[in-house]
Design a protein around this ligand. Structure first.
Ligand SMILES: N[C@@H](CCC(=O)N[C@@H](CS)C(=O)NCC(=O)O)C(=O)O
Length: 306
């Protein structure tokens, strides 16, 4: 983590460097063709987790290949367990630096590689899921859900903004704060939003009613990591996810959907955070708990009207 990422004890996320866009009509120079792009992810990373969920929900597995990095990262950045078979890279940094030799930021997942031009197209994580949802529509499986319905976009975007600021990134702001006031501010905002979401989910199965949307895709990765990592490692310990009846049942409901459950790897998640983030866990010891049953019945079918 570089020094400029902290401002008075506050964690500040770096700007995304690669922001080219893939379009259905190819007008950007990157047409949404099947088999052309490769998505690089870590199962540990919540931002990458979103992209895996959406790829699976929409049936884009054949259209977009995936390369998974090792969960443990050292100062050289993400590493592939074996040489990536498509690009030949051992470290993700090779792909960043061959795309832009002057790149000086962190080599982050998720990112998308274009096999035709042989360069990174984007590491702009909020844009990756919506690109899969909109520009890749021609490649969706038959009967794929509409995760980003046009009529709901303003409301979804608004909720996503709150969830990003206070929950998805809020846990990082709490965990990486090096000043008491910065930590407490992030902590208070995080639990205020969780309280709000707990209430919202009392009467609706998903955040926007009976159907899963982009809003659920963005909230879930943080919930999946909450009790296993954020509660202890990031000091987000006012309550556990398991202490919120609706949010906890909602998270298990989503987990029961293969696109969510089968992309959730608690081993990668725990080892990554506790072993890699040595500034806040110098011993690199990985906790054994918590004992959580993600497959317990969630009982939320009753909230669906259909
Ligand atoms: N691209 C964003 C979000 C993605 C992100 O933070 N990914 C993390 C993993 S969760 C990463 O790849 N970090 C690599 C590093 O810090 O070296 C960022 O740069 O902050």
């Amino acid at each position: 983590m570089t020094a400029q990422e902290f401002a008075r004890g506050r964690f500040v996320r770096q700007a995304n460097r690669f922001t080219d866009v893939i379009t259905a009509d190819g007008s950007s120079g990157y047409p949404a063709e099947s088999g052309r792009y490769r998505l690089f992810v870590s199962y540990a990373c919540p931002w990458a987790h979103r992209t895996l969920i959406v790829r699976r929900l929409l049936g884009l597995e054949d259209a977009i290949g995936v390369g998974v990095v090792d969960p443990i990262r050292d100062e050289r950045g993400w590493r592939f367990p074996d040489r990536d078979p498509v690009t030949g890279a051992v470290f993700l940094s090779e792909l960043y630096l061959s795309s832009d030799p002057s790149f000086e930021g962190r080599y982050t997942v998720p990112c998308v590689w274009d096999t035709v031009s042989g360069r990174l197209v984007t590491n702009d994580f909020p844009a990756i899921t919506t690109t899969l949802e909109t520009e890749f529509a021609a490649h969706h499986r038959a009967g794929a859900p509409d995760l980003y319905p046009v009529a709901l976009r303003p409301e979804i975007d608004e909720l996503n903004e709150l969830v990003y600021t206070t929950v998805n990134n809020g846990v990082y702001k709490a965990g990486f704060a090096t000043a008491q006031d910065a930590y407490e501010e992030a902590f208070d905002a995080l639990f205020a939003t969780l309280d709000l979401l707990e209430e919202r989910l009392a009467g609706r199965r998903y955040l926007f009613g009976d159907a899963i949307t982009e809003a659920d895709v963005r909230l879930y990765p943080t919930l999946a990591r909450f009790d296993a990592v954020y509660h202890a490692h990031f000091k987000c310990n006012l309550r556990r996810l398991a202490d919120y009846p609706n949010l906890w049942a909602y998270a298990r409901d989503l987990y029961s959907v293969p696109a969510f459950g089968e992309t959730t790897d608690f081993d990668h998640i725990k080892r990554h955070y506790y072993v890699t983030q040595t500034a806040i866990n110098p011993s690199q010891v990985v906790p054994k708990g918590p004992l959580v049953d993600w497959t317990a019945p969630h009982g939320r079918e009753r909230l669906s009207q259909g």
